[in-house]
Ligand binder design. Sequence first.
Ligand code: ARG
Length: 572
Amino acid sequence: MASTYSILLVRLQAGFDQLEPGADPVLRASERSDFQVNGVMAIAKRLGRNPRDVAQELLNYLDLKDVASCEIAGPGFINLTLTSDFLSAQLAELTTDERLAVSTVAEPRTVVIDYSAPNVAKEMHVGHLRSTVIGDSLRRLHEFVGHRVIPRNHVGDWGTPFGMLIEHLIDLGEDTAISSLSMGDLDSFYRAARAKFDGDDSFKERSRLRVVTLQNGDEETNRLWRLLVDQSVHYFSDVYAKLDILLTPSDVVGESFYNFMLEDVVRDLDAAALLTESGGAQCVFAPGFANRDGEPLPLIVRKRDEGFGYAATDLAAIRNRVADLGANEVLYVVGAPQAQHFDMVFAVARLAGWLPDSVRCEHVPFGNVLGPDRKMFKTRAGETVKLVGLLDEAIERAENSLRERASDLTDDERHSVATLVARAAIKYADLSTERQRDYVFDLDRMVAFEGDTGPYLCYAVARIRSIFRRLGDVDRAVSPRFEVADASARALALGLVAFPEAVEDALELLAPHRLCAYLFDLAQRFTTFYEACPVLSSTGALREERLALCDLTARTLELGLGLLGIVAPAQM
Ligand code: ARG
């Protein structure tokens, strides 16, 4: 079905085109009427005319009769009020549309999304939480509208630390090492290796040699390296399962995968006359990049010690994604501090001709997760905070809150509901923060049932589902006609028809928080409606309509939350 916004926009566009071909009407929800149309003032300015005259002329061109009434307001806005017939027809159509009017794209793109990317033999910390949760939501959003998503989990599984990690593994003995890693005690393993590396010169030397053996492809060394990687990937998968993240081991295409392509990267950059030697390192100076003193900033492709760095790997990865995977779009969901790295990598890839203008390559940065003291979130001992521990704690708190609320859940049911609520709490708190902003990790606030939280939205769904449970086996409510006479019902209806716009918005801006804000607003509209309009005690067509509005609200919330990677329990 065509969404309400798209129907209005098509009609508005036709009118605007008569004023000035190609002029853009802007449609937004409004307090005073249902919608406000902007764009007339911009046209008037360009044509050097009085905006109200232009608006008046536009009204003659607009063919909206069957969908909305319009009037000029203020200096040249147009207020639209949907006709009851049109709003009713749109709602009736929604009740039988699985996609709730969200259309699929006409031209699906191949979108590579680089997200999560933890490091082998290191704990997943809160920075990876953001990448993982935001990336996962962007993936679901893209897939839902029909794009082909290729997820890439660019794990750090290569480089100098592996010398010391492998030597430490040998010292411990394979079995002991594996059992410590499989328990998810990645950080202690890493720390122990590091401590020996820093304090023991012969270990340091062994580690250095081991890196060389590893890079020369020695079979036994590679087997040990694989063990480390497999154990870690296994552990990451457990974390993903716990959080309900779509990534699987087959999405892991770590830094090591690009290792054999790095020589070519350097050779081809050299052939394109882009390489410059600087302080013994092979660098590319892309125009437009300078350090604080205004000196040109190099992208180091090959270090002085002949080793390749992070940047070389990312260059190889871009080539692979564009040329081999056929990406039309590559998104990197990585923290804001890496902004300059990506800017330079993209610039160099464009210079080298590996990234045509037709391919959109974008760093999707996010802010930091802060502790209660507003500094980087760390344990009291200054260590990184384990993701798994946070989730377990959230489950426990959700379970306690659920226990305090009178409900007829058995202990087992309560535990599974708490698991869903805890995931919702953590994911929603992360996703609802404007992506680029920092936020304070505050479990108490996240698991609260009131306010702009995951549990609140879950609760809104469960409340509606409980209405239907009381009715017996009704799982879908339809209504042929919606009067939405009550102001709160109309406000809810307008919220419901705006869903496709919220999805589109989140996609366009790569901003799940836009969808969160929409869902929270919808849940609030529902609360107001539910207080003003009795559902089960009403009768006849009114009851039918109200039940259908309830059902539509629950489905919209469920679908919307689903696009955020959140499953709301049917009962709480
Ligand atoms: N492993 C890196 C880190 O933990 C993130 C990798 C991001 N992706 C990339 N293509 N560079 O910071």
